[in-house]
Design a protein around this ligand. Structure first.
Ligand code: SF4
Length: 650
């Protein structure tokens, strides 16, 4: 029997993003590029434990585990016949709407509706509302979600009084005990379903002071529902979904991230492309029209929707004045100049990379050898490792370190990895990092502000830590020499040996049309390997990790550059798979480096090694994979530097 077509929480969220998506969702013929493994997604967010902890803070509840709509609803109604009851995942239906509530506490005619989110709260004035009282953009999906749930619950129980809460990780709380986060483990049951197992050694003391906070949100929900359009929207979406009607939404800049866009290969295999359907319907385009670059590809461009509305969509429709490409007075090209450069290169069929040789040379002349290229892998763990620590503290568990000497020789000189379950790695990480970097005054390169941000986090952790740390001052002083203070720090500084952001240099001095506007290292590396004769010559031999070649800590006689159909094979695709049990699609999503979203795959691997039961062999394999991925990240930075150096020499 077909499942009833109810509007659920996730479908409501999807419909609020774009009503047309409701027509494409969960249909086999339309490919959906969003992560389809919800557990993996939760692991990547680092918040899978939060839901379990929320249940423990509401003890004595009944868990409704069945996924069958009717059965879940019947079980819920049986329990709700009691005067007082707490239910986890109860199923509530009202008309054609259906929700599973995270935690529902009933006491006579009073309901507490609790939605648990793996998101931190606190540490700033009002995290949810803007100064003018409106909801901050980042919080809207969470508030709409719980507003939808309250609407359904109120419809199903019109006489009940409902208090609604978001339950969030409290940044102002501190963990009452050591080792709490190791008491929540990922396990698989007989049917290979993943779930969380709470240790039977959990004590009252573990739960004594809560690290999650219940934030009352009814006033904000009332504000959202005030004008009556929210209810109309629910009905509009629910009816369309029930009847499987396609709602036509205006296309715009938001289509750039539409999950119903798929590749040409997927289409050849018979899948439908929802994105193309929308655009064809709206613009009267044919398949050929999609072959030309369009405004959605322009890097960091705020006028996409406006130009689409003006029907100036393809690069051939755009003119210089759309970008006002003027200098911003700083070295290199401005963001506006870069956007126009991207369009102009396509318009003039110019596939050669742009390099501001003079500008970059001036930068290079400031650098001191040996050059150090570093990359961090980090995580934010919801439940702290140790007593006194806060939820979602920054965890730095891995780095890789390449150097380039003045004679041009390259070495992978160092790395660090700590995935030992229950061990807070940051201080040992920093000690090792300092040990590797403090022997000379060579320039240090990072790719993104991420490493600077994390060193600031560790600085704060060291300063606030009440325990005896003998080398605290030395570690803090070292951080100050190689970073600038983040805006949230009370102290301000700029180190004499402040790290250089290679990502920033890419944006100011270099553009390769093959990257199609992306500055992610995952896009820049294959592009620069294709365009640099120096790199092609050097890395097409098995010199990496070979005697007399380039010293490597994890590779032996590796040939990085191979060509297929006239193009370089992406080096990242040559690495062994990080997870054997994750589909290629989900793995791509985890490793898709969205410029600032650092290392989804690495932090997922870290989460698994911390919280799941795995054999020593599995653990070693995953650790080896992590070491190789991180080594390639810093090698990629070296390659970018080498290609630039050789171009500048000419
Ligand atoms: S292509 Fe645009 S309009 Fe169509 S479903 Fe995706 S986001 Fe909505």
């Amino acid at each position: 029997m077909d499942k009833p077509r109810y509007l659920t929480k996730s479908r409501f969220k999807l419909g609020m993003e774009c009503p047309t998506k409701l027509f494409y969702t969960k249909k086999k013929e339309y490919l959906d590029s969003k992560m389809d493994d919800s557990f993996l997604a939760a692991l990547a967010e680092g918040g899978f434990q939060v839901g379990e902890l929320a249940k423990l803070y509401h003890p004595g509840g009944h868990d409704i585990t069945t996924l069958d709509y009717e059965e879940a609803e019947n079980q819920t109604n049986d329990l709700l016949a009691q005067e007082k009851v707490t239910i986890y995942e109860p199923a509530i239906k009202f008309e054609n709407l259906f929700i599973r509530v995270d935690v529902l506490v009933k006491n006579k005619d009073h309901f507490e509706l609790i939605e648990v989110k793996a998101k931190s709260y606190g540490g700033e004035d009002d995290p949810i509302l803007n100064k003018n009282g409106t909801v901050k953009a980042g919080w809207k999906p969470y508030l709409f979600d719980i507003a939808f749930q309250r609407y359904v619950l109120r419809g199903a129980h019109p006489n009940a009084r409902i208090d609604s809460y978001l339950m969030l990780a409290d940044k102002n709380s501190s963990c009452p005990v050591d080792g709490l986060n190791q008491k929540f483990r990922i396990v698989r049951d007989e049917s290979n379903q993943k779930g969380i197992k709470v240790s039977n050694t959990l004590t009252e003391e573990d739960l004594a002071s809560e690290i999650l906070i219940k934030v009352p949100v009814d006033e904000i929900i009332d504000q959202i529902m005030e004008d009556g359009t929210f209810e109309e929207q629910i009905k509009y979406l629910a009816e369309a979904y029930e009847k499987d009607n396609k709602l036509i939404s205006p296309i715009g800049g938001h289509c750039a991230k539409c999950e119903f866009n798929c590749s040409a290969e997927d289409e050849e295999q018979g899948f439908k492309n929802g994105f193309k359907e929308c655009w064809k319907q709206s613009l009267g385009w044919s398949d050929e029209d999609f072959e030309e670059s369009n405004v959605l590809e322009v890097w960091s461009f705020g006028r996409k929707s406006q130009l689409i509305a003006e029907d100036r969509i393809k690069f051939s429709d755009l003119v210089e004045a759309d970008f006002e490409p003027v200098t911003d007075g700083k070295p290199g090209i401005s963001a506006k100049e870069r956007k126009w450069l991207q369009v102009e290169k396509v318009q003039t069929n110019d596939e050669t990379p742009f390099l501001d040789k003079d500008g970059l040379k001036l930068e290079m002349d400031k650098w001191t050898f040996p050059l150090h290229f570093i990359d961090f892998e980090t995580s934010m763990v919801a439940i702290p490792f140790n007593k006194g620590r806060r939820p979602y503290e920054a965890i730095a568990f891995q780095f890789s370190h390449h150097i380039v000497n003045e004679d041009g020789s390259v070495e992978h000189v160092g790395e660090y990895l700590n995935t030992t379950p229950g061990e807070f790695p940051n201080y040992e990480f920093l000690r090792e990092f300092k040990r590797q970097l403090e022997h000379d005054e060579g320039t240090i390169f990072r790719y993104s502000p991420h490493e600077n941000t994390f060193l600031n986090h560790i600085y704060r952790q060291l300063r606030e830590d009440p325990s005896e740390i003998d080398d605290r001052d030395g570690l803090c002083d070292f951080i100050k020499t190689i970073t600038t203070s983040s805006s949230s720090m009370a102290e301000t500084w700029e180190g004499d040996r402040n790290m250089v952001d290679l990502w920033h240099l890419v944006k100011r001095y270099y553009y390769d049309p093959a990257t199609r506007g992306s500055n992610s290292i995952k896009a820049v590396l294959p592009a620069i390997l294709n365009s640099s004769d120096f790199l092609k010559e050097k890395y097409s031999k098995p010199i990496y990790g070979s005697e007399g070649g380039i010293k490597s800590l994890n590779f032996i006689k590796q040939t990085w550059l191979e060509e297929k159909d006239g193009n370089v094979v992406d080096p990242y695709k040559k690495l062994p798979k990080m997870f054997q049990d994750v589909s290629d699609k989900n793995l791509d999503l985890l490793t898709d480096d969205d410029e600032l979203a650092n290392g989804g795959a690495a932090l997922t691997a870290y989460g698994r090694m911390q919280f799941s039961e795995m054999s020593e062999t599995e653990r070693n394999e995953l650790a080896n994979a992590l070491l190789r991925y991180c080594e390639l990240d810093t090698l990629a930075m070296v390659m970018i530097y080498e290609a630039w150096r050789e171009w500048i020499k000419r």
